[in-house]
Ligand binder design. Sequence first.
Ligand code: GLP
Length: 242
Amino acid sequence: MNIKIVKDYQEMSRKAAEYIAEKVQRFPFIKLGLATGGTPEGTYKKLIENHRNSRTSYRDVTTFNLDEYIGLSGNHPNSYRFYMKDHLFDHINIVPANTHIPKGDAGDSEEECERYEKLLAENGGIDLQILGIGKNGHIGFNEPGTSFQSKTHVVPLTSSTREANARYFNSMEEVPSHAITMGIGTIMKSREILLLVSGEAKKDAFTKLMNSEPDESFPASVLLRHPNVTIIADEAAASGLK
Ligand SMILES: N[C@@H]1[C@@H](O)[C@H](O)[C@@H](COP(=O)(O)O)O[C@@H]1O
Protein backbone atom coordinates (compact mmCIF):
# COMPACT_ATOMS: atom_id res chain seq x y z
CA MET A 1 0.00 0.00 0.00
CA ASN A 2 1.21 3.41 -0.92
CA ILE A 3 -0.13 5.95 1.58
CA LYS A 4 0.08 9.69 1.05
CA ILE A 5 -1.05 11.99 3.84
CA VAL A 6 -1.85 15.48 2.62
CA LYS A 7 -2.90 18.68 4.36
CA ASP A 8 -6.58 18.96 3.57
CA TYR A 9 -9.45 18.21 1.19
CA GLN A 10 -8.15 20.65 -1.43
CA GLU A 11 -4.75 19.03 -1.51
CA MET A 12 -6.23 15.54 -1.60
CA SER A 13 -8.39 16.57 -4.56
CA ARG A 14 -5.46 18.15 -6.39
CA LYS A 15 -3.17 15.16 -5.84
CA ALA A 16 -5.86 12.67 -6.82
CA ALA A 17 -6.68 14.57 -10.00
CA GLU A 18 -2.99 14.82 -10.94
CA TYR A 19 -2.66 11.09 -10.39
CA ILE A 20 -5.68 10.24 -12.53
CA ALA A 21 -4.93 12.73 -15.30
CA GLU A 22 -1.38 11.45 -15.59
CA LYS A 23 -2.69 7.91 -16.08
CA VAL A 24 -5.20 9.07 -18.68
CA GLN A 25 -2.42 10.85 -20.59
CA ARG A 26 -0.18 7.79 -20.49
CA PHE A 27 -2.94 5.29 -21.25
CA PRO A 28 -5.56 7.00 -23.45
CA PHE A 29 -7.73 3.86 -23.60
CA ILE A 30 -7.78 3.44 -19.82
CA LYS A 31 -10.86 1.95 -18.13
CA LEU A 32 -11.62 4.04 -15.08
CA GLY A 33 -13.79 2.94 -12.19
CA LEU A 34 -15.57 5.94 -10.69
CA ALA A 35 -17.16 6.70 -7.33
CA THR A 36 -19.73 9.23 -6.20
CA GLY A 37 -20.32 10.93 -2.84
CA GLY A 38 -18.81 14.09 -1.41
CA THR A 39 -15.23 12.81 -1.34
CA PRO A 40 -14.44 12.75 -5.09
CA GLU A 41 -16.33 15.97 -5.95
CA GLY A 42 -13.19 18.12 -5.58
CA THR A 43 -11.17 15.62 -7.59
CA TYR A 44 -13.64 15.81 -10.47
CA LYS A 45 -13.52 19.61 -10.31
CA LYS A 46 -9.75 19.52 -10.62
CA LEU A 47 -9.94 16.99 -13.47
CA ILE A 48 -12.22 19.40 -15.35
CA GLU A 49 -9.75 22.26 -14.76
CA ASN A 50 -6.92 20.05 -15.90
CA HIS A 51 -8.89 19.04 -19.01
CA ARG A 52 -9.42 22.72 -19.87
CA ASN A 53 -5.86 23.82 -19.17
CA SER A 54 -3.76 20.93 -20.37
CA ARG A 55 -6.31 19.36 -22.69
CA THR A 56 -6.10 15.87 -21.20
CA SER A 57 -8.36 13.99 -23.57
CA TYR A 58 -11.01 11.52 -22.48
CA ARG A 59 -12.04 10.67 -26.04
CA ASP A 60 -10.93 7.05 -25.74
CA VAL A 61 -11.55 6.56 -22.02
CA THR A 62 -14.24 4.19 -20.76
CA THR A 63 -15.74 4.53 -17.29
CA PHE A 64 -17.66 2.23 -14.98
CA ASN A 65 -19.34 3.56 -11.88
CA LEU A 66 -19.49 1.59 -8.69
CA ASP A 67 -23.15 1.85 -7.93
CA GLU A 68 -26.62 3.32 -8.45
CA TYR A 69 -29.82 3.68 -6.46
CA ILE A 70 -32.66 1.37 -7.43
CA GLY A 71 -35.80 3.18 -8.51
CA LEU A 72 -34.13 6.35 -9.80
CA SER A 73 -33.76 6.96 -13.53
CA GLY A 74 -30.59 8.57 -14.85
CA ASN A 75 -32.44 11.89 -15.15
CA HIS A 76 -33.35 12.01 -11.47
CA PRO A 77 -31.20 14.69 -9.79
CA ASN A 78 -30.24 12.27 -7.00
CA SER A 79 -29.22 9.45 -9.28
CA TYR A 80 -25.54 8.73 -9.59
CA ARG A 81 -25.87 9.03 -13.39
CA PHE A 82 -27.02 12.62 -12.87
CA TYR A 83 -24.21 13.25 -10.37
CA MET A 84 -21.61 12.01 -12.84
CA LYS A 85 -22.96 14.11 -15.71
CA ASP A 86 -23.14 17.15 -13.48
CA HIS A 87 -19.76 16.75 -11.78
CA LEU A 88 -17.67 15.37 -14.64
CA PHE A 89 -19.04 13.93 -17.88
CA ASP A 90 -20.72 17.09 -19.21
CA HIS A 91 -17.48 19.04 -18.76
CA ILE A 92 -14.93 16.80 -20.48
CA ASN A 93 -14.72 15.26 -23.94
CA ILE A 94 -15.78 11.77 -22.88
CA VAL A 95 -18.08 9.85 -25.24
CA PRO A 96 -21.39 9.38 -23.36
CA ALA A 97 -21.75 5.84 -24.72
CA ASN A 98 -18.46 4.94 -23.02
CA THR A 99 -19.73 5.88 -19.56
CA HIS A 100 -21.33 2.97 -17.76
CA ILE A 101 -23.41 3.07 -14.58
CA PRO A 102 -25.82 0.38 -13.42
CA LYS A 103 -29.35 1.25 -14.47
CA GLY A 104 -31.40 2.00 -11.36
CA ASP A 105 -34.64 1.87 -13.30
CA ALA A 106 -34.01 -1.40 -15.14
CA GLY A 107 -37.18 -3.47 -14.79
CA ASP A 108 -35.28 -6.46 -13.47
CA SER A 109 -32.46 -5.39 -11.15
CA GLU A 110 -30.98 -8.88 -10.86
CA GLU A 111 -30.69 -9.09 -14.63
CA GLU A 112 -29.14 -5.63 -14.64
CA CYS A 113 -26.47 -6.83 -12.19
CA GLU A 114 -25.60 -9.71 -14.47
CA ARG A 115 -25.49 -7.46 -17.52
CA TYR A 116 -23.18 -5.01 -15.72
CA GLU A 117 -20.78 -7.67 -14.46
CA LYS A 118 -20.61 -9.17 -17.96
CA LEU A 119 -20.03 -5.77 -19.53
CA LEU A 120 -17.11 -5.18 -17.17
CA ALA A 121 -15.58 -8.53 -18.10
CA GLU A 122 -16.10 -7.96 -21.83
CA ASN A 123 -14.29 -4.65 -21.53
CA GLY A 124 -11.32 -6.33 -19.89
CA GLY A 125 -12.02 -5.01 -16.39
CA ILE A 126 -11.01 -1.80 -14.67
CA ASP A 127 -7.50 -0.39 -14.82
CA LEU A 128 -7.86 2.24 -12.10
CA GLN A 129 -10.72 2.24 -9.60
CA ILE A 130 -11.36 5.37 -7.54
CA LEU A 131 -12.93 4.63 -4.17
CA GLY A 132 -14.33 6.47 -1.19
CA ILE A 133 -15.07 4.85 2.14
CA GLY A 134 -18.22 4.92 4.24
CA LYS A 135 -18.06 5.56 7.98
CA ASN A 136 -18.80 1.88 8.58
CA GLY A 137 -16.10 0.85 6.11
CA HIS A 138 -18.40 0.30 3.16
CA ILE A 139 -16.99 0.53 -0.35
CA GLY A 140 -19.40 1.12 -3.20
CA PHE A 141 -22.57 0.10 -1.40
CA ASN A 142 -21.03 -3.07 0.01
CA GLU A 143 -22.09 -2.95 3.62
CA PRO A 144 -20.41 -4.82 6.51
CA GLY A 145 -20.86 -8.57 6.15
CA THR A 146 -20.74 -8.58 2.33
CA SER A 147 -18.77 -11.51 0.93
CA PHE A 148 -15.32 -10.63 -0.34
CA GLN A 149 -16.21 -12.79 -3.37
CA SER A 150 -19.37 -10.85 -4.24
CA LYS A 151 -20.10 -9.74 -7.78
CA THR A 152 -22.39 -6.89 -8.88
CA HIS A 153 -25.52 -7.31 -6.76
CA VAL A 154 -28.62 -5.73 -5.28
CA VAL A 155 -28.26 -4.45 -1.71
CA PRO A 156 -30.65 -3.15 0.89
CA LEU A 157 -29.09 0.02 2.31
CA THR A 158 -28.41 0.17 6.04
CA SER A 159 -30.07 2.97 7.96
CA SER A 160 -26.67 4.57 8.69
CA THR A 161 -25.87 4.72 4.96
CA ARG A 162 -29.33 6.06 4.15
CA GLU A 163 -28.92 8.71 6.84
CA ALA A 164 -25.44 9.63 5.56
CA ASN A 165 -26.87 10.12 2.05
CA ALA A 166 -30.12 11.81 3.15
CA ARG A 167 -28.41 15.21 2.86
CA TYR A 168 -28.84 14.98 -0.91
CA PHE A 169 -32.59 14.30 -0.70
CA ASN A 170 -35.54 16.39 0.51
CA SER A 171 -36.41 13.91 3.20
CA MET A 172 -35.33 10.57 4.63
CA GLU A 173 -38.37 8.86 3.03
CA GLU A 174 -37.10 9.78 -0.42
CA VAL A 175 -33.76 8.00 0.06
CA PRO A 176 -34.02 4.73 -1.86
CA SER A 177 -33.99 1.57 0.20
CA HIS A 178 -31.95 -0.48 -2.27
CA ALA A 179 -29.05 -0.04 -4.66
CA ILE A 180 -27.07 -1.93 -7.24
CA THR A 181 -23.38 -2.08 -6.47
CA MET A 182 -20.29 -3.68 -7.91
CA GLY A 183 -19.37 -6.45 -5.52
CA ILE A 184 -16.23 -6.56 -3.44
CA GLY A 185 -14.92 -9.31 -5.73
CA THR A 186 -15.65 -7.06 -8.70
CA ILE A 187 -13.78 -4.13 -7.14
CA MET A 188 -10.82 -6.37 -6.24
CA LYS A 189 -10.38 -7.36 -9.89
CA SER A 190 -9.37 -3.76 -10.68
CA ARG A 191 -5.71 -3.65 -11.58
CA GLU A 192 -5.17 -0.59 -9.42
CA ILE A 193 -7.17 1.17 -6.70
CA LEU A 194 -7.02 4.79 -5.54
CA LEU A 195 -8.76 5.29 -2.19
CA LEU A 196 -9.58 8.84 -1.11
CA VAL A 197 -10.25 9.62 2.54
CA SER A 198 -11.02 13.05 3.89
CA GLY A 199 -12.19 14.70 7.07
CA GLU A 200 -12.70 14.06 10.74
CA ALA A 201 -15.85 12.04 9.95
CA LYS A 202 -13.68 9.35 8.34
CA LYS A 203 -11.05 9.29 11.07
CA ASP A 204 -12.42 6.20 12.82
CA ALA A 205 -12.93 4.27 9.59
CA PHE A 206 -9.43 5.10 8.38
CA THR A 207 -7.82 4.27 11.73
CA LYS A 208 -9.65 0.95 11.72
CA LEU A 209 -8.56 0.20 8.15
CA MET A 210 -4.94 0.84 8.98
CA ASN A 211 -5.08 -1.36 12.07
CA SER A 212 -7.15 -4.27 10.86
CA GLU A 213 -6.76 -7.59 9.13
CA PRO A 214 -8.96 -8.38 6.13
CA ASP A 215 -12.38 -9.16 7.60
CA GLU A 216 -15.82 -9.16 5.98
CA SER A 217 -17.24 -7.20 8.90
CA PHE A 218 -15.27 -4.20 7.64
CA PRO A 219 -15.51 -4.17 3.81
CA ALA A 220 -12.65 -1.75 3.09
CA SER A 221 -10.23 -4.09 4.88
CA VAL A 222 -10.25 -6.25 1.73
CA LEU A 223 -7.98 -3.61 0.21
CA LEU A 224 -5.18 -4.88 2.45
CA ARG A 225 -5.12 -7.91 0.15
CA HIS A 226 -4.91 -5.94 -3.08
CA PRO A 227 -1.45 -5.70 -4.65
CA ASN A 228 -1.75 -2.16 -5.99
CA VAL A 229 -3.53 0.32 -3.73
CA THR A 230 -2.73 3.99 -3.28
CA ILE A 231 -4.42 5.93 -0.50
CA ILE A 232 -4.57 9.70 -0.40
CA ALA A 233 -5.85 10.81 3.00
CA ASP A 234 -5.93 14.24 4.56
CA GLU A 235 -4.57 15.09 8.00
CA ALA A 236 -8.01 15.17 9.62
CA ALA A 237 -8.79 11.64 8.41
CA ALA A 238 -5.33 10.42 9.38
CA SER A 239 -5.30 12.07 12.81
CA GLY A 240 -6.05 8.77 14.56
CA LEU A 241 -2.91 7.08 13.24
CA LYS A 242 0.10 6.86 15.50
N1 GLP B 1 -22.08 4.68 -2.45
C1 GLP B 1 -21.33 5.77 -1.92
C2 GLP B 1 -19.89 5.33 -1.73
O1 GLP B 1 -19.34 4.99 -2.98
C3 GLP B 1 -19.11 6.45 -1.05
O2 GLP B 1 -17.76 6.13 -0.97
C4 GLP B 1 -19.67 6.67 0.34
C5 GLP B 1 -18.96 7.78 1.10
O3 GLP B 1 -19.47 9.01 0.68
P1 GLP B 1 -18.83 10.40 0.99
O4 GLP B 1 -17.67 10.53 0.10
O5 GLP B 1 -19.91 11.39 0.67
O6 GLP B 1 -18.46 10.41 2.42
O7 GLP B 1 -21.04 7.02 0.22
C6 GLP B 1 -21.92 6.35 -0.63
O8 GLP B 1 -22.57 5.41 0.13
